[in-house]
Design a protein around this ligand. Structure first.
Ligand code: ADP
Length: 193
């Protein structure tokens, strides 16, 4: 199984990625985690991206694309994986597509964890730092949408997109993902009595 996880900040993407890794035995391809680790170890890439990440900006496409390419090339590459936080821009999606084709790795599905903007604002405000206001959160959401809507369109056109509602308990959302992947039977509708 080769998956991409998309979702707004606050949609619980990291939590679901962890469950997919543990239970389906997928390798975790998380660019945020990889870059933070590179900074901690002081690698050349880490030194390059440190000021960018500290400023809260996106790392240039060429750098993240190369990080992912290195992870998916060579004899030790994982055959099954889930990405978390990649691709993040349309240009990354195109580069990832080209890489996967070159490596003869085909994606099975792209899971779009969907929640409403109002729910995101509610969740982020609940766990926010003092300087997070509804206005700054809405600003971040607008930036996020600009990239994410293009990604959704990209994968929709390729017939890979599965939109999964990301509301409810963690286990419920995980079951929704398995259902979208055809790994669990559809939930039987409760009959109205
Ligand atoms: P968050 O969900 O809080 O943004 P991540 O761990 O996904 O956390 O990313 C942390 C930071 O790493 C981002 O703010 C960005 O600077 C960088 N980053 C991670 N993935 C990408 C990516 N695909 N493209 C560009 N920058 C990225």
């Amino acid at each position: 199984m080769r998956l991409v996880l998309l979702g707004m900040p606050g949609a619980g993407k990291g939590t679901q990625a962890k469950l997919l890794v543990e239970r389906l035995g997928l390798a975790y391809i998380g660019t945020g985690e990889f870059l933070r680790d590179a900074i901690a170890r002081g690698t050349p890439t880490g030194k390059l991206v440190e000021p960018i990440m500290k400023a809260g900006r996106l790392v240039p496409d060429a750098i993240v694309n190369e990080v992912v390419a290195e992870l998916l090339r060579g004899p030790n590459r994982p055959e099954k994986f889930v990405t978390d936080g990649y691709p993040r821009t349309y240009a990354q999606a195109e580069a990832f597509d080209a890489l996967l084709r070159l490596e003869h790795l085909e994606l099975n599905a792209v899971i779009n964890l969907s929640i409403s903007d109002d729910e995101v604002v509610r969740r982020l405000l609940a766990r926010a730092r003092q300087d997070d206001t509804e206005a700054t959160i809405r600003q971040r959401l607008a930036e996020f949408h600009a990239n994410n809507d293009a990604l959704i369109d990209f994968y929709q056109k390729r017939g890979l997109l599965k939109t999964v509602p990301a509301v409810g308990e963690v286990e419920e959302i995980y079951a929704n993902i398995l259902r979208a992947l055809g790994l669990l039977p559809e939930a039987t509708k409760k009959s109205a009595t």
